[in-house]
Write a protein that binds this ligand. Structure first.
Ligand SMILES: Cc1cc2nc3c(=O)[nH]c(=O)nc-3n(C[C@H](O)[C@H](O)[C@H](O)COP(=O)(O)OP(=O)(O)OC[C@H]3O[C@@H](n4cnc5c(N)ncnc54)[C@H](O)[C@@H]3O)c2cc1C
Length: 457
C-alpha cells in the first residue's frame, strides 16, 4: 500500500527545500525524498565549498603580495588539511541546516533513498511506495564523464571528488577551460600546485566574448597557470606515476602530463535513473526534463525545477524555479521562467559578473547596439586595492537606450553587476543610470562613467 501525500518533492537541492517548506506552511501533507546529502550540489560540492576554497586561495595570493602593500609576513606555507577543514565546517553547517529544516516540517515526512517512478503518480523509495497529487522533481545533475579513450585506465578527479582532496597535487591537469575548471585551476595554482588547463576550443569559456576569454587567460597565465588550447582529440594514459592527456590524435607525442587529473567538461542531469518513462515525463536529447514556461512537465501532475530542466544551471535559477512554481500554484501568478534575465558570475579572482546579452548574442540577434568599455586601471577603487586587472563592458540598444547586457571583470564585479541587473529588469534607459549619484570609491560608481564612452558595436 502506498502512503498518500498532497505533494512529493524529490531532491533537496536549491528548489526542493524552499518549496517543501512553503507547501507545508499552506497545510499540505508533504513528502521529501533525498538519496544523498541534504542541500544537494551547491551546498556540498558546488557553490559553498568552492567559494570557501577560493577564499583560502585568495588569502594565500594576498599574503604572497603582502610586500607590495608594505606588509612584511614570513614565508607562506599552505596547510591543505586546514583549508579543507575550514571548507568542511562551512559546508556541514549548511547541510545540517537543510536537514534540520526538512525534518522540522509540520506536515512533512522525510524519506532517505533513491526515488524512482513506478507509475505516473507513484514512486518507490527502497521498499516503500509514495503516491502524491503533485510531484516536484529537483534532482539536479552530476559531472559529465567524457568519452575519452583510456580514461578507464587512469585515476581522475571530478568537482565532487575534489571536495575530499586534503593535499596539494604536484601538478594538476584540468581538462575543461570553462567556469568550474578555471575556478579550480586558479585555486590550486594559488595553493602551490603546477596547473595545466586543457581545452578543446581555441579559447577559454567560449560562451563569453573573446575579450573576456583573453583577459581571463592573461590573468591566470600571469599567476603561472599553463593553457593547452585547441586540444580537439583527447585521450588519457599512464606515464610512469603520472597521468598524461594526449592532445592531438595525429601527433601522438603532444600531451599534458601531471600527477593528478581533474575532469571539468560539463554536467548531466540526474534523470536517467528516475523511471521517467513510467511517469510519462518527456526528456530532451540531452536528458533534460521538458517543461512549459511554468515548469510543468508532459505529465500534468509533475513539475521539474532546477538544473534538471535545463533552463538554468545556477543556484539562483533553481531557487527562482521554486518561486515560480509556488506562486503559480498558490496564487495563480502566471509566472514564467522565460521572464528572467541571464545573470551569473565566474569566481576567478578577479570575478566576472555577467548580465544579459553578450556581444556575440547581440550580433546574432541583429540588434543595433553600442558598447562602453573601461579598463579597471581607471577605476579608483581597484587602483587603491592594488587589483586593477580586467575591465567593465556594457552594451546598450541604440534605439531604446536600454541596457542589453554587461560583462564586468574586476575586483568586486560579482557585486557591482547587480545595479545593472536592476536596470535591465526595470528596462530603464542608460541615460537614467547616468544620472544616479553613486558612492565613492566603489567599482559601481564607474558604471555611469563607462556609459559615457559608448560607441557602435
Ligand atoms: C563546482 C561547482 C561550483 C558551482 N558554483 C556555483 C556558484 O558559485 N553559483 C551558482 O549559482 N551555482 C553554482 N554551481 C551550480 C549549482 O550548484 C547548481 O546550479 C545547483 O546546485 C542546482 O540545484 P538543484 O536544486 O537543481 O540540484 P542539486 O543541488 O544538484 O540537488 C539535487 C538533489 O537531488 C538529489 N537526488 C537526485 N536524484 C535523486 C533521486 N532519484 N532520489 C532522491 N534524491 C535524488 C541529489 O542527491 C541532490 O541532493 C556550481 C556547481 C558546481 C559543480
Amino acid at each position: 500500500m502506498a502512503t498518500h501525500f498532497d505533494a512529493l518533492i524529490i531532491g533537496t537541492g536549491q528548489a526542493g527545500p524552499a518549496l517543501a517548506a512553503r507547501l507545508d506552511q499552506e497545510g499540505m501533507k508533504v513528502a521529501v525524498v533525498e538519496r544523498g546529502k541534504f542541500g544537494g550540489t551547491c551546498v556540498n560540492n558546488g557553490c559553498t565549498p568552492t567559494k570557501a576554497l577560493v577564499a583560502s586561495a585568495y588569502a594565500a595570493h594576498l599574503a604572497r603580495r603582502a610586500e607590495e602593500y608594505g606588509v612584511k609576513v614570513g614565508s607562506i606555507r599552505i596547510d591543505p588539511r586546514k583549508i579543507k577543514k575550514r571548507k568542511d565546517i562551512i559546508v556541514s553547517k549548511s547541510t545540517n541546516g537543510v536537514g534540520k529544516w526538512m525534518h522540522g516540517l509540520k506536515n512533512g515526512k522525510v524519506f532517505r533513498g533513491h526515488a524512482r517512478f513506478v507509475s505516473p503518480e507513484k514512486i518507490s523509495v527502497g521498499n516503500q511506495e509514495i503516491e502524491a497529487e503533485k510531484i516536484f522533481l529537483d534532482v539536479g545533475g552530476r559531472p559529465l564523464m567524457p568519452k575519452m579513450p583510456g580514461l578507464d585506465g587512469v585515476p581522475f578527479l571530478t568537482s565532487e571528488s575534489m571536495m575530499d582532496v586534503d593535499f596539494v597535487p604536484r601538478h594538476l591537469v584540468v581538462v575543461g577551460g570553462s567556469y568550474i575548471g578555471l575556478e579550480f585551476a586558479q585555486m590550486y595554482r594559488r595553493f602551490g600546485a603546477k596547473v595545466t588547463v586543457v581545452e578543446m576550443m581555441d579559447r577559454l569559456i567560449a560562451r563569453e566574448d573573446p575579450d573576456v576569454s583573453e583577459a581571463i587567460q592573461q590573468i591566470l597565465e600571469a599567476e603561472g597557470v599553463e593553457f593547452r588550447l585547441k586540444a580537439e582529440c583527447l585521450d588519457a594514459h599512464r606515464h610512469g606515476k603520472d597521468v598524461a592527456i594526449g592532445l592531438d590524435c595525429k601527433e601522438k607525442d603532444k600531451h599534458a602530463r601531471g600527477s593528478h587529473l581533474l575532469l571539468a567538461v560539463g554536467r548531466v542531469p540526474n534523470t536517467d535513473d528516475l523511471g521517467l518513462d513510467k511517469a510519462g515525463v518527456n526528456v530532451d536529447k540531452r536528458g533534460y526534463i521538458e517543461v512549459d514556461e511554468g515548469l510543468r512537465t508532459s505529465n500534468p501532475r509533475v513539475w521539474a525545477l532546477g538544473d534538471c530542466n535545463g533552463k538554468g544551471a545556477f543556484t539562483h535559477t533553481a531557487y527562482n524555479d521554486y518561486e515560480i512554481v509556488a506562486d503559480n500554484l498558490l496564487h495563480n501568478a502566471g509566472r514564467k521562467y522565460t521572464d528572467r534575465v541571464p545573470v551569473y558570475a565566474l569566481y576567478t579572482d578577479p570575478p566576472l559578473g555577467r548580465v544579459g546579452l553578450s556581444e556575440a548574442e547581440i550580433r546574432k540577434a541583429g540588434i543595433q547596439a553600442l558598447v562602453g568599455k573601461r579598463p579597471m586601471t581607471r577605476v579608483a577603487r581597484a587602483v587603491e586595492k592594488g587589483e586593477t586587472q580586467g575591465f567593465l563592458k556594457i552594451h546598450v540598444e541604440e534605439s531604446s537606450k536600454r541596457i542589453l547586457g554587461a560583462a564586468l571583470l574586476g575586483v568586486g564585479c560579482d557585486e557591482a553587476v547587480h545595479s545593472l541587473i536592476d536596470a535591465v529588469y526595470s528596462k530603464r534607459p542608460y541615460t537614467e543610470v547616468q544620472r544616479e549619484v553613486r558612492i565613492h570609491p566603489t567599482v559601481s560608481e564607474l558604471l555611469p562613467t563607462t556609459l559615457e564612452s559608448l560607441k557602435g558595436l
